[in-house]
Design a protein around this ligand. Structure first.
Ligand code: AVI
Length: 361
């Protein structure tokens, strides 16, 4: 009899659990899709190849294969960035969570596999919702599905978008006490300082009054360490860089001979950035959707910048968007830093009190 009741209860619990997961998965299918369309991709590629020197926007690296190759880069011996940031996040997890406060709506810019996010989601108190924003729809869907299972008490609201453009924040069921932008991985380094300022202003408008920003930046260091990270001996970064040409061939009816372009990444000390190139090893002509582009021997297409900062240098950039630095965490070798910024809380409805001071309504 007792065994029977237990069995019924187990079955009921199982059904309830399955229903919960089904609900979560249904919510996830409502991914807001604002990824750039084929027309925008073509326009950007044609515009970039028409410039002198030629350029291709690095945001197009991340199709399904590109995202997988980037995940592989993050595990490479030479690519110190990911493991160092992870170490900082793990070592200072409690302090970071305390600094970030409770009841956040956590918005992650370029969420990828959301590995570091788990450190936050495990510790932040009463997180209202997690909004991963990523340009790669397939990657986003898989990651969001996994997180929904692991954190059934947190609303997961994925947004498939190019976060450099305007996107609307999904509404959460509960009202957050503040929005907190999370921008790990030194992705901000992929923007020129002028564009980084503009992006930080957009982030500030998403965060709103009293909002926070937790951001990972790669620090300036010895050239050899930096260049090795972008020219790994196993050729994964080369495959990642060349994959952009494969993608253009496949999606934009182009005919790049991918193996006729060599990968090279050099550190420009004066501008504090790695510049990544694909260099034509011959005189050749490439067609993209009917438009023709000529390449000389040794002519380069610049595919990416990865800026390296000092904490003060980055603080100056973030300050132009209204952010002030609250805390900075770094590793023993000062390779990488995780910075916490806050926007001022705008006080509305202040009343003059009898004694002449002001108080918040
Ligand atoms: C995503 N981003 C921060 C990487 C970086 O380090 O600039 C992309 C990358 N490119 C080559 N390796 C990694």
């Amino acid at each position: 009899m007792k065994g029977c009741r237990a069995q019924e209860m187990r079955a009921a619990l199982h059904t309830a659990f399955e229903a919960e997961i089904r609900d979560q998965m249904r919510a996830l299918t409502a991914i807001v899709n604002k990824a750039p369309d084929a027309r925008t991709f073509l326009d950007d590629v044609v515009a970039g190849l028409s410039q002198t020197p030629k350029r291709l926007p690095s945001k197009y690296f991340y199709d399904e294969r590109g995202s997988r190759l980037f995940d592989e880069i993050c595990t490479l011996e030479e690519y110190y960035l990911t493991r160092t940031e992870l170490t900082i996040m793990q070592q200072f997890a409690e302090e970071i969570a305390e600094a970030l406060g409770q009841g956040n709506m956590l918005v992650e810019y370029g969420s990828g596999s959301s590995l570091k996010t788990r450190i936050l989601l495990d510790r932040l108190q009463c997180t209202v919702a997690y909004v991963p924003v990523d340009i790669s729809g397939e990657h986003l869907e898989q990651t969001a599905g996994r997180l929904a299972k692991a954190y059934p008490h947190i609303e997961i609201l994925p947004v498939c978008a190019d976060f450099t453009t305007e996107f609307e924040l999904p509404r959460s069921k509960c009202t957050p006490s503040q929005n907190l932008a999370y921008f790990p991985g030194s992705t901000i380094g992929n923007f020129k300082p002028k564009d980084a300022r503009r992006l930080l202003q957009r982030i500030a408008s998403v965060c709103g009054s009293g909002g926070g920003l937790l951001i990972g930046i790669d620090l300036q260091k010895a050239i050899q360490t930096i260049e090795a990270a972008y020219n790994d001996r196993n050729g994964v970064t080369m495959a990642f860089n060349r994959n952009l040409l494969h993608r253009i061939n496949r999606e934009l009816d182009a005919d790049f001979r991918v193996d006729a372009f060599e990968h090279r990444a050099i550190y420009n000390e004066e501008l504090g950035r790695v510049e990544t190139y694909l260099i034509s090893d011959r005189h050749q002509t490439v067609t993209v959707d009917g438009a023709t582009f000529r390449f000389e021997v040794g002519e380069a297409i610049c595919t990416e910048y990865s800026h390296k900062y000092t904490i003060d240098g980055f603080h100056a950039i973030a300050a132009t968007a209204g952010f002030s630095l609250e805390r900075a965490w770094s590793d023993d070798q000062e390779l990488f830093a995780v910075l916490h910024f806050r926007l001022p809380a705008i006080r509305l409805n202040t009343h003059k009190q009898i004694d002449g001071s002001t108080r918040e309504d």
